[in-house]
Design a protein around this ligand. Sequence first.
Ligand SMILES: Nc1ncnc2c1ncn2[C@@H]1O[C@H](COP(=O)(O)OP(=O)(O)O)[C@@H](O)[C@H]1O
Ligand SMILES: N[C@@H](CCC(=O)OP(=O)(O)O)C(=O)O
Length: 394
Amino acid sequence: MNASDFTSQPLPPWRRAVLKVGSSLVAGESGLDPTHAKALAGFIDAASAQGREVVLVSSGAVAAGRGRVDASGSGLVPKQAMAALGQASLIGFWQRLVGLPVAQVLLSHDDLRNRRRYLNARATLRELLRLRALPVVNENDTVAVDELKLGDNDNLAAAVASLVDADLLLIATDIGGLYSAHPQREPAARPITRVERVTDELVAMAGGDAGALGTGGMRTKLEAAAKAATAGIATALFCGRDPDVVTALCEDRLCGTLVSAGGDRLRARKQWLRHAPGAGALFVDQGAADALQVRGASLLPGGVVRVIGDFRRGDVVEIVAESDQLALGRGLAQYAADEIRRIARRRSHDIESMLGFRYGESVVHRDDLVLLGPRREPALHESRHRQPGQENDA
Ligand SMILES: Nc1ncnc2c1ncn2[C@@H]1O[C@H](COP(=O)(O)OP(=O)(O)O)[C@@H](O)[C@H]1O
Ligand SMILES: N[C@@H](CCC(=O)OP(=O)(O)O)C(=O)O
């Protein structure tokens, strides 16, 4: 059972990818081991030289910690302690292998469920990529008990892929790809090179039990691929132990399993924005309406004339043209309602002096904005959001 079971196929075009590397590729029985990670680091450097961006999600902190102390316990708390002992070594390990400056990012699923933290994590990761650094993400195992129990850096990687708007999720593991049955137990297991849709039957077919160091097995990888597909992101599963497979990736060829994206990435995101419940409304002047509709610009505070509702940073808000009271779009608020009331009609330049901090120059960034097009709708804000005392003219 190896990568040669899988015929080579083209990788979908990508500019930004999340690469997830399992414990079995960075560690052996006695701690961290660069044997397999070297080729993966080479891939990251090659991608960066091609002008592409990679976010690395690396497991291995627990295995690295085990190599540092005489570890005996197998419960959750000892595992958390191992992760804490090993995490710094894991980061140092990657820093020695790649040419880019490495940045440690510890996340939990809870962080990504919380809208404020979601936006904060996204802004930090985007800034790291802009600085041409390599973010190395791992679960914050000290607090993320559920994930350690389920062993779920695969699902975390899918969440990160959607967080950073990646084009592709790459999952490197210790086996050639997905097989029709547990490959170590069923000699007749067949390689599956292409999955159009992750069905329940397929997930049931994939074993949940993992190798000696990994957790989650193929099941969590398929769950992750299904999540990525929902966000319009394709997933490639491949053997990170085979240097030829890793080298082929640099030439945009995959020997492994490709799970198709469910649909267009932008459309999936915009679809979500279009239907997510709105928590308030921003009324904008004609200049801002034109900037959004004609130039595809972000909404700056200067164009906001009225704020309705009591929303928080990261909530979905309607954007309504003051001139005809029709909603022209929906988007994620970069600032809370009260903050926008204070900076409305001001220049972006003044945000920091008005609020004492600044997340960015826009109140709704164009990446987080969906325009409703020519068939605009009556704004929902009046009936849904207005409560006595809540409407503030900016
Ligand atoms: N249908 C399947 N196809 C491929 N691998 C499977 C399948 N079912 C179970 N597995 C197991 O999943 C393992 C990979 O998962 P895991 O050990 O968690 O890796 P990682 O540490 O890379 O996350 C394989 O080595 C294999 O033993
Ligand atoms: N956060 C843990 C990894 C948990 C995990 O998902 O492991 P793996 O199945 O090897 O990707 C660690 O760093 O050891």
